[in-house]
Design a binder for this molecule. Sequence first.
Ligand code: ADP
Ligand code: MG
Length: 145
Amino acid sequence: MERIETHSAEETYEFGRKIGQGAQPGEVYTLIGDLGAGKTVFTQGFAAGLGIAEPVNSPTFTILQIYDDGRLPFYHFDVYRIGDASEMDEIGYEEYFYGDGVCLVEWANLIGELLPPVHRSVTIEKDPAQGFDYRRITVEERGRI
Ligand code: ADP
Ligand code: MG
């Protein structure tokens, strides 16, 4: 388990970049946090860490955005607006989750039962008592025995 506290978007971006630099083929990252927590900021850093130069945004109306210009293929899922699991079947999610690129899934809690048993979970939390720009980011291995 790795935990960091950040006090600006830049710091969260930098932490994302560090995690992206260490990402390995076949890894799936889940990203959980409320609206405005910093998921997109983290993801932009993460993509930069994979060597992706293309701009990365929240793929609000597409569940999956693919970036091929980094050191590994990057599959950015945002499942916020997913109706039911069949939409994941339609895009053939298993090919990505169990492939050789790197997946990052925003709002992964909404598709809990479809997640690979082994993944890395990233949680971004606010704490109003610590100030408006404070975030606590936790990275944990899930499912590894
Ligand atoms: P999400 O994708 O989780 O809805 P965004 O990444 O789009 O959230 O937005 C996060 C907002 O919070 C941005 O406006 C960013 O500037 C601001 N912010 C303030 N402090 C931080 C911090 N420590 N880490 C990340 N974002 C922060
Ligand atoms: Mg976002």
